[in-house]
Design a binder for this molecule. Structure first.
Ligand code: ADP
Length: 572
């Protein structure tokens, strides 16, 4: 029996229309290093209309891809609104990919126009001549003449271009299942893979983000989006803010702890989101030079496991609760958020808050064992997490039907590559990424558990643990630790510190001390780089900090690649 309900398609144009009229005085504010450039949502609506006219004049029609090569700023938000609303597809290019990967994703998506921030011209200019499908580049926030145009490409200046057009646009009614935006995974293994979001998936995801047990976005909030808009929809913050009438605060390129703190002092955001490495840096800076952060009602931290110590430190020393979230590019990205069950507080609540979170109604999750059978949700059985839902991708973008990454899908479920448990009350606890789990002597060692234990040590600023081949044990863990300023490396003492926190056979015997743990393009620990450095294929970032300690012998090595070969014995 059909329903009597109207079949109104879910469209991102409705979010723009709503925010720019009903919440016309809400703002997006972009930090310049000393103050903010402010755009009201009324002006956002007008600028989005002008950009839609400009793109139409440049030949962009339904389904055409428009790339962005931008920081989080006002102009990026204008593109976030205009491109999907006019029926084109917003492709947020990760500015931190290697040049050949930027070429790959831009060609693969077949971007016709790219909007580039002027400060990124030095990165974009060498890539532009290699791009096969791009015909127009729009330079925002600077001098378009600074970008040399190859044959067949026209370069425009954002404000000059938009100024030619009226501030209203008749946005079309679109099929809610049509493409709105696309984002490529950060390509930690192989080529980046494209995920194409629909109007429907982004709309529903925004509603989820606004719920109280997710980010609780509401009018009057000032949402600081540190998580990049070029990665996984900035975790849904921009569209959720438009839906709720919340204001947005954008850090632009000022992403180091001190400028972020200056931005927070000026703009007093009520909410913020970023990966753990960012908050770790902010914590060190704010501990050194205290500043009131209680304007933050909560910060959402995800993208990698959040060290419990980081959560305690922020809450106890600065009065800011950290809410852990789990998600992926493939899941739009919100998959779970770790608010504790009703009625719990103190340590009982904390035990839930350090999980990866509770899975929401729209996302189904299951655990699958090595033999493909489904495992119980009892908080004990460990298996690969598989998910499905209206904002979970069903495939990777494969224009020539090449079936890219088809092995990531099974019977309509997305195989996440994450390994963990699910409790009966729906909380997900990840043990590790399948590719990062260390298999030693037939047992598993969770790199995340070791990292969390190490990062609870007061001398450690950050610590990454990665597996390396071992003749006797198959694999053993290596610790790459960055120490706080003025601390002398002492692997023996750190190993002793771990000894009552993990099983004896898990205690690492290989250590190195680095000035900073290498990060991926989205700020996570880059274990691929660490493994290569360990194997001697890459130079370590700072050879003078390299120490090694193996089987009880502490050795200073002049360089990583000349590490001593030690007698193998039981890792105990
Ligand atoms: P990439 O795969 O390039 O890192 P994504 O942002 O899509 O890009 O990464 C998703 C992955 O990040 C997840 O599959 C998971 O391994 C990891 N992740 C995300 N959130 C968490 C979390 N709270 N705890 C542990 N791992 C997380």
């Amino acid at each position: 029996m059909p329903s009597t309900m109207q079949d109104e398609p879910l469209s991102l144009a409705t979010l723009l229309r709503y925010a720019s009229t009903v919440h016309a005085d809400a703002t997006v504010r972009t930090w310049t290093g000393t103050e903010s450039r402010v755009l009201t949502y009324r002006e956002l609506g007008e600028q989005a209309a002008r950009l839609a006219h400009a793109l139409t004049a440049l030949g962009i029609g339904r389904g055409d891809r428009v790339g962005t090569f931008m920081w989080n700023n006002n102009e990026h938000l204008i593109a976030y609104c205009a491109v999907p609303a006019m029926g084109a597809v917003l492709h947020t290019i990760n500015i931190r990919l290697f040049p050949e990967q930027i070429t790959y994703v831009t060609d693969h998506a077949a971007d016709r126009v790219v909007i580039v921030d002027a400060s990124l011209i030095p990165v974009f200019a060498p890539v532009l001549p290699t791009l096969r499908t791009v015909r127009h580049v729009i330079v925002a926030n600077g001098d378009a003449a600074a970008l040399p145009a190859p044959e067949g490409v026209t370069v425009h200046e954002f404000d000059t271009l938009l100024a030619q057009y009226p501030g209203t646009f008749d946005f079309p009614v679109l099929d809610e299942r049509s493409a709105a935006a696309m984002c490529y995974t950060s390509g930690t293994t192989g080529d980046p893979k494209g995920v194409v979001y629909s109007h429907r998936s982004n709309w529903l995801h925004s509603m989820q983000a606004c719920t109280t047990d997710a980010m609780g976005v509401r009018a009057g909030d000032r949402m600081l989006a540190i998580v990049p808009m070029f990665h996984a929809n900035a975790w849904g913050l921009p569209y959720a803010a438009l839906m709720a009438g919340a204001s947005l605060v954008m850090p632009d390129r000022f992403l180091q702890p001190e400028p972020l703190l200056a931005l927070m002092a000026a703009e007093q955001p009520s909410f913020a989101a970023a990966v753990p490495t960012v908050w770790n840096g902010v914590l060190t800076a704010v501990d050194a030079k205290p500043q009131d952060l209680t304007h933050l009602r909560a910060v959402v931290v995800g993208g990698a496991a959040v060290p419990p110590q980081l959560m305690r430190a922020f809450e106890e020393r600065h009065g800011v609760p950290i809410i852990q979230a789990w998600g992926m590019t493939e899941t739009s990205p919100l998959g779970a958020l770790a608010w504790p069950p009703a009625g719990l507080d103190g340590e009982a609540a904390f035990a839930y808050r350090i999980t990866q979170g509770r899975i929401p109604a729209a996302v189904q999750a299951r655990l699958v064992g090595d033999d493909g059978t489904e495992l119980p949700r009892d908080g004990k059985a460990v298996g690969e997490l598989e998910v499905r839902g209206p904002w979970v991708t069903a495939s990777y973008y494969s224009p020539d039907a090449a079936g890219i990454g088809a092995d990531a899908f099974r019977d309509g479920w997305l195989r996440t590559g994450d390994v963990g448990t699910i409790s009966a009350d729906g909380y997900l606890t990840l043990v590790d990424r399948a590719k990062d789990i260390i298999k030693s002597g037939g047992e598993w060692i969770s790199s995340v558990d070791l990292e969390n234990a190490l990062m609870a040590h007061p001398d450690i600023a950050e610590a990454a643990v990665f597996g390396v081949p071992d003749e006797k044990w198959d694999e053993r863990p290596v610790v790459a630790a960055a120490l706080r300023a003025g601390v002398e490396p002492d692997a023996g003492a750190l190993r002793a510190f771990l000894s009552d926190k993990v099983a004896k056979w898990q205690l690492p015997e290989r250590w190195t001390f680095v000035s900073e743990v290498p990060k991926t393009s989205v700020g996570k620990f880059d274990k691929k780089v660490l493994r290569k450095q360990y194997a001697g294929d890459m130079s370590p970032p700072s050879a003078r900090w390299i120490w090694l300690w193996h089987s009880g012998v502490r050795t200073r090595s002049p360089a990583w690649s000349t590490r001593p070969t030690c007698a193998r014995r039981s890792p105990s």
